[in-house]
Write a protein that binds this ligand. Structure first.
Ligand SMILES: [Zn+2]
Length: 328
């Protein structure tokens, strides 16, 4: 029986159950927290809060989340291990690099043809996270993540994209790309990945659901990638009613096997300052782990999406994406 690595170790794919494909436990800047966090970061309280939120999610029937928190979003696996030990939810973690334009200086001078002329160190680092584990924790990353946000990728972002693609080729790990709906950067991902020989069935075009452009979305799906309908509750990017209409239209055209659902939510994010909870709740009251279970799935059913199509999006597509070698 094929397995996938979670924070607690290998899980049988058949045991994953309904899965949210893009949720963060925490989004933090480590430097921000360590230097300015004394009034808003309480380690014990935050861990307990995350355990409570994940246990509540499990009670709503969601058994697995994929957490694409990589360098640039505050990945810190020992904290996630503490949480995973206290909840039945499977947490599957990622490796990769999250920047919009500028390559970190830590990669500026090392690599093929650079001052320190060595094989691409990103491939070395990402592959080690997948095959040996992350930072001595023994926890293995099960997927890759990076971002294509701007209309044209910078040289640094293109280098990251190709390092991600090559790590996928070496390890077989699937890929999630943060993309921009307005700039339709999913097309750039498909172009680069096709050039690099990536198996497109192992790619989620993250945040595709910020777009309601059916021509764009079906073009991507026809190329073979999965569409991340994965920001439910972030109404400022696309309101829930519009996101639902788009999924209903795609399901009616036979694209249920090409969509996965999620919120891109978190238990804590340090983007909004000390008063973040109130400010965030006011701005995006449905941006939490349970909006899909509570509101979105009933709305999809009411609009004619079948339970079978929902099972495809929530359970079967995640299993297919995570199955080594691609055979479901
Ligand atoms: Zn995200």
């Amino acid at each position: 029986m094929a397995t996938v690595e979670s924070v607690r170790g290998p899980v049988e794919l058949a045991q994953l159950g309904p899965t949210l494909m893009h949720e963060h436990v925490f989004v933090l800047s480590t430097e921000h927290m360590q230097n300015y966090g004394s009034d808003w970061w309480d380690e014990e309280a935050r861990v307990a809060d995350a355990v409570a939120k994940l246990n509540s999610l499990y009670a709503r029937g969601i058994h697995t989340i994929l957490d694409p928190t990589v360098w640039g979003l505050g990945r810190y696996i020992p904290r996630i291990q503490r949480i995973a030990a206290q909840t039945p939810v499977n947490i599957i973690v990622a490796t990769g690099l999250y920047v919009y334009e500028e390559l970190p200086q830590q990669f500026a001078y090392r690599g093929p043809g650079l001052l320190i002329d060595i094989p691409e160190p990103m491939v070395t680092d990402f592959s080690r996270d997948i095959t040996e584990g992350i930072a001595g924790t023994g926890v293995k990353a099960a997927f890759l993540k990076f971002a294509l946000e701007t209309p044209e990728p910078s040289a640094g972002v293109e280098r990251i994209a190709r390092a991600i693609a090559r790590t996928h080729i070496q390890t077989g790990a699937p890929i999630t790309v943060h993309t921009s709906g307005p700039h339709q950067t999913g097309r750039i991902a498909v172009r680069i990945f096709t050039e690099e020989g990536v198996d497109l069935s192992k790619v989620v075009i993250g945040h595709a659901g910020d777009s309601n452009d059916l021509d764009y979305l079906t073009e991507l799906a026809d190329a073979g990638v999965l569409l991340g309908m994965d920001r439910f509750g972030l109404d400022l990017f696309n309101p829930t009613a519009e996101r639902i209409k788009t999924i209903v239209a795609l399901a009616a055209r036979g694209y249920a096997a090409s969509m996965v659902l999620s919120h891109d939510a978190n238990c804590f994010i340090d983007y909004f300052g000390a008063a973040h909870d109130a400010a965030r709740a006011a701005a995006a009251p449905n941006w939490h782990y349970e909006h899909i279970s509570n509101d979105v799935l009933p709305a999809l059913l009411a609009a004619g999406v079948t339970q079978e199509q929902i099972d495809t999006m929530m359970t079967q597509n995640p299993v297919r994406y995570l199955t080594p070698g691609g055979a479901a």
